[in-house]
Design a protein around this ligand. Structure first.
Ligand code: ATP
Ligand code: MG
Length: 253
């Protein structure tokens, strides 16, 4: 069997007396979209924050392509090909689409310490990316992020992950507060990312969105994995809801 892209083993995380994660094993295979589901406070965001380097696990190991990895901060995660898109995304609203696409990784021109940002290149690449991800309106790459809708902002974040060729793209509630059409846009970008060789983790409370796009569902309940290999094609939304809440519908005798 092929090596998983990501393996998290025995991950535990406590915040003082609160156990957010309690011995979680979680894997992401190459080229798949994993839906990570669970009720409020189940530990979903904590788990992906450990992968993206913003939270340190109390216990447990992470392997990337079978190699043990140290993820101490976001720089480590990005170097390992892990890009995270948070719902309140890290875009800087005053800056242009192009600047946001390259934030912290700006191409430069000129020698050594005299170098400066290559704005022309950034605008050029950004314009191409916007077309690729299918933003319908003809928005120039110099437009500030504050002019964009929620869905368009998500699109810019996803475009950034695609451009830097991240192996794993993590999306924590990317479809919250989005309209129907914008949601479909985000789901489409996710499929396109998978079909061009990326793996994705998708966290959402709307199970309908999850069912439309994921290859596999993992369910967390109170910091523990209660299901790790749910095939959305072989189950129902109701059955997954039962896994999430832990409440089985009583069968009539
Ligand atoms: N920084 C923190 N300090 C203290 N407790 C925290 C912190 N972050 C998370 N927790 C706690 O850890 C548990 C898991 O939280 P987490 O944010 O991972 O849940 P979640 O599954 O993402 O929930 P939601 O669906 O509401 O986003 C919760 O009980 C939460 O209150
Ligand atoms: Mg969360």
């Amino acid at each position: 069997m092929a090596t998983d892209l990501i393996q998290m083993k025995g991950i535990a995380k406590s915040y003082g007396p609160v156990t957010a994660l309690d011995g979680v094993d979680f894997a992401v295979r190459e080229n798949e979209i994993v839906g990570l589901l669970g009720d409020n406070g189940a530990g979903k965001s904590t788990l992906i924050k450990i992968l993206s380097g913003t939270v340190t696990a109390t216990r447990g190991d992470i392997f990337v392509r079978g190699q043990k990895a140290q993820i101490r901060n976001t720089t480590d995660a990005i170097a390992l090909g892990i890009e995270t898109i948070h719902q309140d995304s890290a875009l800087v609203t005053q800056l242009s689409i192009a600047r946001n696409l390259f934030l912290g990784r700006e191409p430069t021109i000129g020698p050594g310490f005299l170098n400066r940002m290559d704005k022309r290149k950034m605008n050029e690449v950004a314009g191409r990316l916007l077309k690729e991800i299918g933003i319908k309106k003809d928005i120039p790459a110099t437009t500030p992020i504050s002019y964009l809708s929620g869905g368009e902002r998500q699109a810019v974040s996803i475009a950034r992950a695609l451009h830097f060729d991240s192996d794993l793209i993590i999306l924590d509630e990317p479809t919250n507060n989005l309209g129907v059409e914008e949601t479909q846009g985000v789901l489409r970008f996710m499929r396109r990312a998978r079909d061009t060789g990326h793996s994705l983790i998708f966290i959402a409370h709307n199970i309908h969105h999850v069912f439309q796009v994921v290859d596999r569902i993992v369910v967390l309940r109170r910091g523990k994995v209660v299901a790790e290999d749910v095939d959305p094609k072989q189950t129902t939304i109701e059955a997954v809801e039962e896994l999430i809440t832990g409440m089985a519908i009583t069968q009539a005798a």
